[in-house]
Design a protein around this ligand. Structure first.
Ligand SMILES: [Cu+2]
Length: 413
């Protein structure tokens, strides 16, 4: 890999998607963030400048590292490495192609046996079913980042190999749209968006995290709550699986307690400025990258510290869309926004890794039980990630730790 490759990527990144000067479209000023009982967090300004500057610095480090150490293998080269970009940098045709490929996945038959997940009707559902099945071993654990990296990549591969998509998985930059996510091209509700907010359902209670029974963080409701009212996922898109841990109160229960039964319904959202403008700002994201130097504290901080009133960018990013299934820890991949969000999670990990490649490329930490309850052994690089009927071959955490090695060959701008 030549220095120029990543330097170019860095420059391209600032030119097409990540203006360091911050000239992105701005929504109206964010309302004052609600009190959450935790440490104060800055209100979002819809700048992503600090985060993007760290991405550029990381890309330059990566280029320098490749110069001195060589590339991990001969399969992934500067010619064929794919570049993941923010959705706002996609051309109209690129957006159309991506949306069509997602819709294609929802029309292909499932590979999951109906005896295991009767609600998994489509190829798209295979991913949701796998996530539901494994939720309690992939969150608050040492494999959280690597598992979701491999999962998001497998989804991208399905779009490519099974639905003819030629591009890369887009990401949604939380800080760029933190003041008002509905102003982002992902959520503006146009034909080239991932559909927008849900129909208004006034008079709803606050959303409690982690659950209504244990209200450690409370988010004021947004302006939605109902079915999405426009865009490509309005009528033809159907949510089949879940809910398992619903946040809306008027949900349709799944016929099976596992959430794997058939429960056809619309895609509902409650886009939350309360989550985004307080918890996924440029300040929040950049301090996560710079202030948490070992893997376990970085990964844990990213996933929040609810008892201490800290939401974290992972949960904030989920509640930016919220609704059903977006606000459900188990069934959230049932909203196609999930993969935009988790590509951003993956990008933040990639940026963090690139700040100190020698020490962070294959860093691992935390344990194999949720928040180490019950106490368990540490996760290791040899632990297996198996995506079940998603159908990709099992890999180790080691394999999933480098985006230029193992099954992967991509970078971010
Ligand atoms: Cu997950």
């Amino acid at each position: 890999m030549k220095l120029s490759t990543f330097a170019a990527a860095a420059v391209v990144g600032t030119a097409i998607g990540a203006p360091l000067g911050g000239n992105c479209p701005r929504g109206p000023p964010a309302p004052p963030a609600p009190p959450a009982g935790g440490p104060p967090a800055p209100v979002g300004s819809s700048s992503s400048a600090k985060t993007d500057a760290l991405a550029v610095k990381g890309a330059l480090n990566l280029a320098a590292y490749a110069l001195s150490h060589g590339l991990p293998n001969t399969v992934c080269t500067k010619e064929n490495a794919s570049v993941r970009r923010e959705w706002s940098t996609f051309s109209p045709q690129e957006k159309k192609d991506y949306i069509s490929a997602v819709q294609c996945l929802t029309k292909k038959p499932s590979k999951t046996p109906s005896s295991l997940a009767p609600g998994a009707k489509t190829r798209y559902d295979d991913f949701v079913a796998t996530h539901i099945n494994q939720t309690l071993t992939i969150h608050g654990t040492g494999n959280f980042l690597s598992w979701h990296r491999y999962f998001t990549w497998a989804y991208e591969q399905a779009l490519k190999n099974e639905c003819g998509y030629k591009g890369s998985q887009p990401y949604y930059s939380w800080p760029k749209w933190a003041a008002d996510p509905t102003k982002s091209p992902v959520f503006d509700g146009s034909d080239l968006s991932m559909s927008g907010d849900g129909a208004p359902q006034p008079g709803r209670n606050n959303t409690c995290i982690p659950s209504n029974d244990l209200c450690q963080i409370s988010l004021t409701p947004g302006n939605g709550g109902g079915c999405v009212t426009s865009g490509p996922f309005k009528d033809s898109f159907q949510v089949n699986l879940g809910p398992v841990a619903p946040v809306l109160t008027d949900f349709t229960p799944n016929p099976d307690f596992t959430g794997l039964g058939y429960n056809p319904r619309c895609l509902r959202r409650d886009i939350s400025k309360a989550a985004s403008s307080k918890w996924s700002t440029d300040e929040q994201v950049s301090s996560l990258i710079t202030d948490f130097k070992d893997f376990a504290s970085f990964s844990t901080r990213m996933q929040g510290d609810f008892p201490n009133g800290f939401l974290g960018v992972h949960t904030a990013g989920h509640f930016t869309a919220g609704g059903d299934p977006g606000g459900d820890l188990f069934a959230s991949p049932g909203d196609p926004y999930f993969y935009f969000h988790h590509a951003m999670i993956d990008r933040v990990w990639w940026i963090w890794q690139n700040q100190d490649i020698a020490n962070r490329q294959y860093a691992i930490g935390a344990t194999i039980t949720v928040n180490n309850q019950p106490p368990s052994r540490n996760a290791t690089l040899d632990d297996i990630i198996d995506l079940g009927y998603v159908g990709t071959k099992p890999v180790t955490i080691r394999d999933a730790s480098n985006t230029l090695a193992g099954p992967f060959c991509y970078v971010y701008v």
